[in-house]
Ligand binder design. Structure first.
Ligand code: UD1
Length: 427
């Protein structure tokens, strides 16, 4: 298994460009199944989750080629609507294929993705939305079979603005008969990107970015050429790392509007941030200050995917901060690891009380999930001494060679035994 070895203490500095958004690329790849012609998708990051999604598309009969961060998908020969259980277990996001497969074949077989390191992660909202569009859903143990002779537009009300459920329902509705209105939709930028992609292929979707999305069904989608947005969570991770190491970093090709809530929190902590149209400069000359209360919530509020990283910064900030997690129930696994590095954090249900310490100390820690892993890398970069982060495969799901990204900014970080992606390809 790979591990990252970090010699802490170097303030990060320099300029960096951020790769494309995993959470935009995954549903867009799934949506390419809806098109009759070849689709080219650019700015697709080279990540484990993307490889799994491409394998699933191939398993369904599509041709999917990946080179130079571009994917060319031809789904004209897709012949199966059965998402293999082994691949579904490897990546929860394979659930995104439900809407497109149902729209295309009138049937889809998938498996309950099950819980994961950060919580229960049910898919009831996805299935209820598809049922509202006319799908008949049968659950046989962990196997789920959805069938619909015809999908019909209707009003779908989401009790919670689930990102994945919003995307699945949008994709199923694109080829449905008539108008679908999703009320209580999630508003994340990745949903706006999916809308832009679908419309580029000839769909009629509007409202993404608001809580009401309207889809007027069309009979078919054509091919196209589309580039996904930059990854706001990777950008946010670099911003927090710059602040935690008291560095001076410029991020290019970023969309600052997607990071408003983080910018607000970092400024409250005393970080200087200059914002241009697609560029941001982050500077922290002195120790940051505690932030009284940070609460994760669906976009545009503070993202759960940056909770762990910001907790590392607050662990080093002067004073007492509260971090409240309201999106996932099990997302504080990094706390124990941060405390092993000298942090003073106490958890009570979904609240973490953080008493800032002047210094973290390097030791051996374990990445329990993707963002928790990123938080530990930031801690290692800021800590005194050597930190070893184990279980790097979690981090590789969402960061393209995180060690190279931080090395480019002057971090002393290296990977030992670089086998994760190679091993996956060699199977
Ligand atoms: C997406 C992101 C993930 C991010 C999350 C919240 C992708 C690939 N992943 O995940 O990085 O952390 O949004 O911003 O885009 N829920 C239900 N029933 C459902 C669906 C969700 O109860 O049918 C619950 C979940 O258990 C969770 C909450 O809703 O507690 C949020 O989940 P959701 O917004 O669906 O997240 P994902 O789409 O899985």
């Amino acid at each position: 298994m790979d591990k990252l070895v970090i010699e802490g203490g170097n303030p990060l500095s320099g300029t960096i460009r951020i790769h494309g958004a995993k959470n935009a690329a995954l549903p867009i790849l799934a949506a390419s199944l809806l098109a009759q012609d070849t689709v080219t998708i650019r700015n697709v990051p080279h990540l484990l989750d993307i490889d799994v999604m491409l394998d699933i598309l191939r398993d369904l009969g599509c041709s999917a080629r990946y080179a130079d961060r571009s994917v060319v998908v031809d789904s004209s020969l897709a012949s199966s609507s059965h998402i293999p259980e082994s691949l579904m277990r490897q990546m929860r996001s394979s659930v995104f294929l439900t809407g497109p497969l149902l729209a295309r074949f009138g049937e889809v077989q998938l498996y309950q993705p099950g819980g994961c390191a950060i919580g229960e992660r049910k898919i009831d909202l996805h299935l209820r939305g598809l049922a509202a569009l006319g799908a008949e859903i049968q659950e046989k143990g962990s196997l789920i079979v959805c069938r619909a002779r015809e999908l019909r537009g209707t009003e779908v009300i989401l009790d919670f603005p689930s990102v994945g459920a919003t995307e699945n329902i949008m994709m199923a509705a694109v080829l449905a008969k008539g108008r679908t209105t999703i009320v209580g939709a999630a508003r994340e930028p990745e949903i706006q990107d999916l809308q832009a992609f679908l419309n580029h292929l000839g769909a009629k979707v509007r409202g993404a970015g608001t809580d009401t999305i309207t889809v007027d069904g069309v009979t078919e989608l054509h091919g196209g050429d589309f580039a996904v947005i930059p990854d706001r969570i990777v950008s946010g991770t670099v911003m927090v790392a710059a602040a935690a190491t008291r560095g001076d970093v410029t991020i290019e090709g970023v969309q600052p509007a997607h990071l408003t809530s983080l910018i607000h929190v970092l400024r409250r902590a005393g970080v200087q941030i200059e914002v241009g149209s697609d560029i941001m400069a982050i500077r922290a000359a002195a120790r940051t200050k505690a932030v009284e209360r940070v609460v994760t919530s669906p976009y545009p509020a503070f993202p759960t995917d940056l909770q762990a990283q910001v907790m590392t910064l607050l662990a080093l900030s002067d004073g007492v901060s509260l971090m409240k997690e309201t999106v996932f129930e099990g997302r504080f696994k990094h706390v124990e690891e941060l405390c092993r590095m000298g942090a003073d954090i106490r958890v009570d249900l979904n609240n973490a009380f953080i008493r800032g310490v002047p210094q973290l100390y390097g030791t051996s820690v374990e990445a329990t999930d993707l963002r928790a892993g990123a938080a530990l890398v930031i801690a290692g970069l800021a800590a005194q001494g050597r930190t070893t982060v184990e279980q790097v495969h979690h981090i590789d799901r969402g960061y393209e060679r995180i060690e190279e990204m931080f090395r480019q900014l002057g971090g002393d970080i290296r990977r030992e035994s670089n086998k994760t992606l190679e091993a996956y390809h060699a199977r």
